[in-house]
Design a protein around this ligand. Structure first.
Ligand SMILES: Cc1cc2nc3c(=O)[nH]c(=O)nc-3n(C[C@H](O)[C@H](O)[C@H](O)COP(=O)(O)OP(=O)(O)OC[C@H]3O[C@@H](n4cnc5c(N)ncnc54)[C@H](O)[C@@H]3O)c2cc1C
Length: 283
């Protein structure tokens, strides 16, 4: 009797979660055509530029994400997935970076095989006849208004494709003239998996007072690293405190797999570092 009651309560809690407003709204979509692909590691990780119809507005900030409906290679059916903007989000072309999931890849596997010209479906909203790209309701890494961030110090921390929302913010800040102080830490397994490495090096050259790029390689064979002038191993707090003397003055923005923030905060505690602000997105 008690167990039966408990089960009813459990189902109800789960059902409430499913009853979120956005799941109930009708799915309106617009074609999102792949117009450019930048393969970093073919079959593993790539950036994709998608063109939306001209009448679909993009009202978003760096750090936001959008929804695509696309074919799942493992499930064999259409699936909905969320993607962060890597570009400064604006119409009509948007960009994201997608890597093949390490375990049970589905849409992320299909993503690596799409050709230029492939049409996906982007979720849109329509109000008073005006169409706009639907923006993921959780906006954990949304960049604050420009007058808030201009005089702050940031530490952007991205593991793998976790750099995606940070890229969007960097590109936005660079376009705005970047009166800001950002250190961008990325972690990639191998050299070939570095995401927009040349562009980030150039941004550092263009804005030496405002931007530092600190990429880490975690699984590269030291023998192939003769040309590598940056860092190896994990970007631990210990490694970062040596490279960033003012680390505890920085607003930390984290993006990576589940548990990234917990690990980082645990390490930061050991070094008695209290960041003035921490924001995270994990997927
Ligand atoms: C806000 C947000 C932004 C994102 N931005 C990006 C981005 O910019 N680039 C990017 O590559 N990805 C991004 N993602 C992740 C993306 O939406 C997909 O989840 C990812 O591409 C993998 O898709 P998939 O269909 O291959 O695998 P999925 O079916 O999504 O599964 C991914 C992994 O999670 C595991 N998994 C799935 N369901 C469960 C479950 N119920 N319990 C436990 N494990 C489970 C799978 O085994 C697999 O290892 C974002 C996600 C969110 C929420």
């Amino acid at each position: 009797m008690t167990i039966a009651k408990l089960r009813v309560i459990y189902i109800n809690t789960k059902t409430i979660k499913l009853l979120k407003k956005d799941n109930f709204m009708p799915f309106i979509s617009a074609p999102a055509k792949i117009v450019e692909i930048i393969d970093f590691a073919p079959g593993e990780i790539r950036a994709v530029r998608l063109k939306l119809p001209d009448d679909v507005e993009v009202k978003a900030r760096p750090g936001n994400a959008f929804w695509l409906k696309l074919f799942g290679k493992a499930s064999g059916r259409l699936e909905m997935r969320t993607y962060s903007f890597s570009s400064n989000p604006r119409s009509p072309i948007i960009e994201t970076v997608v890597s093949k999931a390490a375990e049970n890849p589905n849409t992320s596997w299909a993503f690596q095989e799409f050709l230029s010209g492939t049409e996906l479906e982007a979720r849109i909203s329509e109000q008073n006849g005006k169409k706009s790209l639907f923006i993921n309701p959780r906006k954990d890494l949304e960049l604050e208004p420009d007058d808030w961030w201009q005089d702050k110090k940031f530490l952007f921390y991205g593991l793998g494709t976790g750099v995606t929302p940070h890229l969007s913010a960097i590109r936005y800040m660079a376009e705005k003239g970047m009166n800001v102080n950002v250190i961008y830490v990325s972690s990639s397994k191998l050299m070939r998996r570095l995401i927009f490495h040349d562009e980030l090096e150039n941004t550092q050259k263009r804005f030496p007072q405002n931007f530092r790029y600190l990429p880490f390689l975690t699984r590269e064979n030291p023998e192939t690293l003769k040309e590598w002038k940056y860092f190896t191993g994990r970007p631990t707090v210990e490694a970062l405190t040596k490279l960033i003397p003012d680390i505890s003055e920085r607003h930390l923005r984290i993006c990576g797999g589940k548990g990234t923030r917990k690990n980082l905060e645990k390490e930061a505690n050991k070094f008695k570092i209290n960041f003035p602000g921490v924001k995270t997105e994990e997927w």
